[in-house]
Design a protein around this ligand. Structure first.
Ligand code: URA
Length: 215
C-alpha cells in the first residue's frame, strides 16, 4: 500500500535537516528528490552536482537535459516519474561518494522506494546500480537487461547520463535501448481502465512474492 503524504513529507523534512555525515557541512541544499508520489517509474542517480546543490533539485544540469530527452523518447514527461539520488547532498568538487556516506544516506532511499512503490526502478550509473543490485559488477556488464527486484519491482540499469555526454552517440544509443526496455516493461503491466500506461499509477497495492534484495 502506498504511504500517506504526511509520512513522505516527514521523511523529506528529516532529510532536509540531516547532519549525519560530513556532506552537511559543505552542501548548499539537500536534494531529496522530485516527482510524482505514485510514479510507476523511479529513477535513481548518484549524487547532486553543482547545479542540483544550488537549486535543491536532482538532474537540473546538462545530464538532466539528456535524461529528459531520453524520457521523452519513450513518451514519458519528467513530472510523471520520481527522481532521486543515492546521496542527497553534493560531494565537494563532485568527487565519488564514499562508502560510509552511501551507508549513512541509504535509509532515505530505501524509505522513498518503500513509500512510492514504483513498478520499475531505473538506476543510472555504477553507484546506484551497485547499491541497489548489491553487486560489484560494473554497469557495462549489467545494463541491457531487466532484473526482478525488491518489493516486486523490476530494476533496469543503464549508464549515467554524464557518461553519455562524454561517450557520445554509442553510449546514447545503448541508453535508448535501456529506456525502450523500461517502456516495454511498463506497457506489459496492466493498468487501470482509462489510464495511459505511463501515467502515475492510481492507488495500488503491491503484494505477492518479493525478492528481498535491496536493504
Ligand atoms: N548526477 C546525478 O547523479 N544526480 C544528479 O542529480 C545530477 C547529476
Amino acid at each position: 500500500m502506498t504511504s500517506t503524504t504526511s509520512e513522505f513529507d516527514a521523511l523529506r523534512d528529516r532529510a532536509l535537516i540531516c547532519t549525519q555525515c560530513g556532506l552537511a557541512e559543505t552542501r548548499t541544499n539537500v536534494v531529496f528528490g522530485v516527482g510524482h508520489r505514485s510514479a510507476r517509474l523511479m529513477i535513481v542517480g548518484e549524487a547532486p552536482g553543482k547545479n542540483e546543490d544550488l537549486q535543491g533539485e536532482p538532474f537540473v544540469g546538462p545530464a538532466g537535459l539528456l535524461l529528459d530527452e531520453l524520457l521523452a523518447g519513450i513518451d514519458i514527461a519528467r513530472p510523471e516519474v520520481y527522481i532521486a539520488n543515492v546521496l542527497k547532498c553534493r560531494p565537494p568538487a563532485n568527487r565519488d561518494p564514499k562508502p560510509d556516506e552511501i551507508e549513512t544516506c541509504k535509509p532515505y532511499l530505501q524509505e522513498q522506494i518503500r513509500m512510492i512503490r514504483p513498478e520499475v526502478v531505473m538506476t543510472l550509473g555504477n553507484f546506484a546500480t551497485k547499491l541497489l543490485l548489491r553487486t560489484d559488477t560494473g554497469i557495462t556488464r549489467l545494463r541491457g537487461q531487466r532484473y526482478d527486484w525488491w518489493l516486486g519491482a523490476t530494476l533496469i540499469p543503464t549508464f549515467h547520463p554524464a557518461a553519455a555526454l562524454r561517450g557520445g552517440e554509442i553510449v546514447k544509443d545503448q541508453m535508448r535501448e535501456d529506456f525502450a526496455l523500461v517502456r516495454a516493461v511498463l506497457d506489459s503491466t496492466p493498468t487501470a481502465e482509462g489510464q495511459s500506461s505511463s501515467d502515475p499509477k492510481s492507488d495500488r497495492e503491491v503484494s505477492g512474492s518479493q525478492m528481498e534484495l535491496f536493504p
